[in-house]
Write a protein that binds this ligand. Sequence first.
Ligand SMILES: Cc1ncc(COP(=O)(O)O)c(C=O)c1O
Length: 356
Amino acid sequence: MIKRMFIPGPVNLCENTRNSLSKQMIGHRSEDFSKLYREVTGNLRKIMFTDNRIFLSTSSGSGLMEAATRNLVQNKSLHLVNGAFSEKWFKIAKANGKKAEKLEYDWGLGIKAGDVEEQLSKEKFDAVFLTHNETSTGAMNKLEKIAKIVQDFPETMFCVDAVSSLGGVKIETDKLGIDVLLASSQKCLAIPPGLAMASVSDRAIKRASETKNRGHYFDFTEFAKYDKKAQTPSTPAIPQIYALNHKLNEILDEGLEQRFERHWEMAKLVQGWAEEEWALFAEPGYESLTVTAVENNKGLDVSELISKLEKEGFLIGNGYGKLAGRTFRIAHMGDTSLNDVNELLETINEIVEAMN
Ligand SMILES: Cc1ncc(COP(=O)(O)O)c(C=O)c1O
């Protein structure tokens, strides 16, 4: 049985996206590829609200997290940590030998712009790393407020992980002065995993050119060199790029504002239900627009709930890491509709009633 996916990636693919993956190959140094590359990066610029260069990386999003660290940090970075993925970025920095510091909050809380300002006023950081949407806790950070603070520190680059928000939530990259905005393919963009994309500012590329030991596979200056020819430095995941091209056109046909509105409506529906039946894990005011972590205040066996839902054809996520059993997660992203969400919530209600 094909499962209806409500885990926070990978998400279900529509039939046209699935078909686009099986097209015949083209050479990655051919004019056909460059045409495809120009169309995809042009459309990503629209979705990211930027004029910056766009790099397509044959890796998952974590590859570009490592890239941002290696290319931009010469001395010290500040990581805003409030969940598993922001912690991961911090660990990536450490594993690459960087002097990284954390501004840390309990899981579920949102990052406070005032604290960021205080930290940046005390010491000089090469870059600030923010996870826009903490998929592990269902907390979405207030990007605009934090961006406003970082913009007051012109030496400091601003890197944002939009892995689980790009394509579902409006992110105005240039207006917010974001130097690196990175995302993965398998979440709100609704294509298979295995491709990541980033917008990278000119000053970030300049910084990269002056940074030692930035490696080779993820060297931004190499990406920029090949971008001039509308190519990638290495052989890319062409099927994923076909799928992305197809999907971006579909997203633009849906209309960006309509798409953001649909994601907002799904979030309100799930969160209204969760507040009535359970409780929300995220700090009030920071509820994510793409994934909800529901607090298991009924003390129910979450694994049992998940396996019963699977038998009905629905896949939801357990709580992430240390939150397993304490929360469960419902993603409302990609091509999911309000009807899909309603059906899922009704099914959960029925199962829970029978479990009690
Ligand atoms: C917010 C966030 N950042 C980073 C990642 C890592 O992305 P990937 O699995 O594409 O490497 C994830 C994955 O779920 C995520 O949700």
